[in-house]
Ligand binder design. Structure first.
Ligand code: SF4
Length: 406
């Protein structure tokens, strides 16, 4: 056991206020979470429960072929089994409804199917955090209808729901200050006096001293509040960097591997709309004209929806338990991750208004859901995308300005 082992009992929850009013769109959902080519994985208890179910011949035949035994550990959680998808769909799906739930009830569903899109995690702040993933169309619809921004609520937990969070205080001294540091970050993201790219860059400037080893959190908070009050980041954003932004997306976002066929087809369409050749795109071989035309159209259609992108980034920041304060290195990586995800969303949001798309709002929702599934719910892909930046020495604040500036 580490010398300075610390245990925090989470006696209250913390959640975005819209968490309480979430409801599944059911048959109104175009991109149901039972399809989309992502991995539906579960633990041993869920695997054994599903394996022993018996029902109609149709269900039994589905169950005979739908389960795969796996051995994976992701974020301290063991994954024991998964559904073998057929053409990207859960094999138990029947006319848009879950065959297992229809015959055996909700209790036998694996935890992920019972709870999606909800996630809860105990944190070092002493809160059990509850959040909703933006990989669900119903969640995006909520964020679309929140012009006043995301608010947060907290309630005491009954003893049976309280959870323990443990960590090594010597290895991660900043974890004890997670709550005030996170609060400052969310305030920065919700500061509507600046554009969202400027807010992201100012946040990076504020976090830098912690990355460089500062541990006096009260002094850091005071200085960072002053920086957010009067700091300037607009100068880092330059329109002449747009070609670099486009080359980055041509070689990353449009190349995310192994995602569902709908997303692959849409990305192919985006490549064609941008006039991009197959394969790696070199600097100088990309014409920004089609992107600029889409950006202008997106400004006309979604210009009054800046709050939606703010809500999306605040929700994502909260959902992904950012900032990661386990080590200074992890802190900067989580910030780079945030910028990278914003850049992917921003690029796809603009391209949802490309020439030829009639219902841009619908395309926007589709692209954001599919990108979230491909990246937020696949740590390997997300890490690969981010580490590509570190690999090419492109994870500095100046590079973040290129990423978020398009
Ligand atoms: S993605 Fe969301 S809205 Fe769609 S079926 Fe799943 S939970 Fe319901």
């Amino acid at each position: 056991m580490p010398k300075n082992f610390k245990a925090v009992l989470c006696q209250s929850d913390l959640r975005p206020a819209y968490y309480d009013s979430f409801h599944c769109l059911i048959t109104g959902c175009r991109l149901s979470c039972c399809q989309g080519g992502w991995h539906i994985t579960f633990g041993k208890k869920d695997y054994l429960t599903i394996k022993k179910q018996k029902g109609s011949p149709e269900l039994n035949a589905g169950l005979d072929h739908c389960l795969r035994r796996i051995r994976e550990k992701v974020d301290e959680t063991y994954r024991y089994g998964e559904f073998i998808l057929q053409d990207g769909c859960c094999p138990l799906l029947r006319e848009g409804k879950c065959g297992l739930q229809l015959e055996k009830g909700e209790k036998v569903l694996p935890f992920v199917c019972r709870t999606f899109p909800r996630v809860e995690t105990p944190m070092s702040s002493g809160y059990l955090e509850r959040s909703l993933t933006p990989a669900c169309e119903g969640v995006l619809a909520q964020l679309w209808d929140l012009p006043e921004g995301v608010d947060f609520l907290s309630d005491p937990l009954p003893p049976e729901e309280q959870k323990l969070y443990t960590y090594d205080e010597d290895a991660s001294p900043l974890l004890g200050s997670f709550h005030p540091i996170r609060e400052l970050c969310i305030d920065a993201l919700q500061d509507r006096r600046r554009s969202l790219p400027e807010r992201l860059l100012l946040l990076g400037m504020a976090l830098r001293p912690l990355v460089e080893g500062e541990t006096d959190v009260p002094a850091w908070l005071a200085r960072s509040r002053a920086l957010l009050e009067s700091g300037e980041a607009a100068g880092l954003l330059r329109e002449d960097l747009l070609p670099m932004f486009l080359v980055h997306h041509a070689n990353t976002t449009l190349h995310i591997r192994g995602t569902d066929p709908v997303f692959q087809a849409k990305r192919k369409d985006i490549r064609a709309a941008l006039g991009l050749p197959e394969g790696h795109v070199l600097r100088g071989s990309i014409q920004p004209g089609p992107y600029l035309a889409a950006r202008e159209r997106s400004g006309q259609l979604f210009g009054d929806r800046d709050y939606f992108f703010e809500n999306l980034m605040v929700s994502l920041f909260f959902h992904m338990r950012m900032p990661d304060l386990t080590t200074p290195e992890a802190l900067w990586k989580s910030y780079v991750n945030l910028c990278d995800l914003y850049a992917v969303y921003r690029f796809l949001a603009v391209m949802s208004c490309r020439e030829g798309v009639e219902d841009c709002e619908r395309e926007l929702f589709d692209l954001l859901v599919l990108a979230s599934r491909a990246l937020i719910h696949d740590r390997e892909r997300q890490t690969a995308l981010r580490d590509e930046l570190f690999h090419h020495d492109s994870a500095t604040l100046a590079h973040m300005a290129i990423l978020v500036g398009g």
